[in-house]
Design a protein. Sequence first.
Length: 307
Amino acid sequence: MKRVVSVSLGSPKGDFRTSATLLGQEVEISRVGTNGDLRRYAELVRELDGNVDAIGLGGIDLYLYAGDRRYTIRDAARLAANAKVTPVVDGSGLKNTLERETFEWIQREGVMDFSDKKVLVVCGVDRFGMAESAARLARSVVFGDLMFNCGVPIPIKSYGGLMLVARTFLPMVCQLPFKWIYPTGKKQEETAPKHESYFRWADVVAGDNKIIARFMPPPESGALDGKLVITNTLTGEEIEKLRERGVKKVVTGTWELQGLGGRTPGTNVIEGILIALSGKRPEQMTTSDYLDLLHQLDWKPTVRELR
């Protein structure tokens, strides 16, 4: 049996364990939350090293991208370095393939025609494939990297602008303590609604669900009424919060895992599964390798009608 474990900086509240038969192989998949405790996180990675087939870095990115440039987050690299044998993935391989293809699939299958739509991507450098597809397919796009991640109330209104900001600031940002740039542990459950006008402006809200959930307007605002949300890592509770806000439809690039009550896991989990099935290390995988495995698994996004 293959084993894939996601170690997360998030709350243990979201922990799970399940198994599935994929491409003729039994795969056990689980998540362990550390509530933002970096020391505990490192201990778990060391314990799992050599005993599982893939380790997912949950609640933290190892890499952020600006076009073809890749920047390494220092805290994540320190955590990943505790594994000497087992491959460690953060979902980057899928953010450049599955999430890019999700936008293409939505357009191709007629779920939505982006050509006349306005899209808010809450953080483009974290979902670079999604950001590029949104910029190419949509009528207009706003990237909220400065607004939601840096506290600077300036929208980025082009992919070129996103690349300029990313290449200017990412070398410095990636050296900061991760908790300064992304909520961890119980802070992921805190809400701080802001920039309601951009949620109201958009026809589509896309990106990391933790960022969307943290900053989206309250139900009574009506700002998300009738909108499409494109994201990942959704629990049943989080789906209900979107429903309460009037969201019409939710699309997730990852699929539901059996026995998790409709939950869709993070990209680090799915990438870990693909690595375990392939028998390769992440650095050996190409875009074609990921897409080929996804096609063998008969991948397609999960579409939920909420209204």
